[in-house]
Design a protein around this ligand. Sequence first.
Ligand code: F6P
Length: 326
Amino acid sequence: MGNAVRRIGVLTSGGDAPGMNAAVRAVVRTCLKMGIECVGIRRGYNGLINGDFRPMDFDSVSGMLRRGGTMLYSARSEEFMTEAGQQKAVNTCKLLGLDGIVGLGGDGTYRGLQALSRHGIAVVGVPCTIDNDIACTSYTIGFDTACNTALECIDKLRDTMQSHERCSVVEVMGRHAGFVGLDVGMAGGATVVLLPEEQLDFNEDVLEPIRQARLSGITHYMVIVAEGVEGGAYEVARRITEETAVDTRVTILGHVQRGGAPTTKDRVVATYMGHEAVRLLAEGQTNRIVAMRGDEYVDYDIEEALNMTKGVNQKLYGVMRMLAGQ
Ligand code: F6P
């Protein structure tokens, strides 16, 4: 592609994440600085299928750095999974003269980018999800904000649990991964943290820590359950009440974790990654995902990235369990 890049599209797809707007802003403004036109595709891949777009100028992203959600709207597109849907999307790219697409989202978004790439469109992905479950990157945009939001709620719950000497069972998001659960459990000083990655022995992992806490004089308990854990928070709470008779309350934090102004970290990472995505396309690269390896920004081939795996940090998990209590 080289210098031939004249116009690119940017879209947000899948679950939204705080920092998506900051990344869109960086994509748009980097394009403009490089003399590339930028088109915002609305409602994820559905927007490409339906020709739902808006031209983006410098001012269109003004004030977006600090805004949660995504100004481009997001969706999970069933139609784009079909060959016919993909063909419509490709036709829109051709009609609008898009030389490349920057896709902000998770693994589903990258599979969509791969499909576009098979039809000859240059693509780069940027990792945005509160779950932090994208294997090729040590960090995904939105994770820090989501953890801070969850932690604020957990701290508040602790106040009332302490007053009433209750047990709080809090379910946090993360889909099939325990990254949010581990970090907020550790930062919130939880008595118990249950993650989908770990085999659960109810007596050892839930009841015994509560007993230990009680024996050391504590009369309220914080149990964090990552949403991927079998049975979920209600089942965990039911069994705690049944086995210990402690007054227990369930809170499902849910979508509140996806909203709010992005933290400093999310704004910084989103800005740099958005910029990098445009740089890669402008250099003629395609099929890449911008990622972080430790503190370093790198990029991977999408195929290679989708075949990677990552797990929760076992050292962190071990220390968290060792220090569990209140
Ligand atoms: O992937 C982000 C996420 O918020 C997950 O943590 C959660 O399982 C899922 O999306 C919820 O999806 P929806 O917004 O479609 O209910």
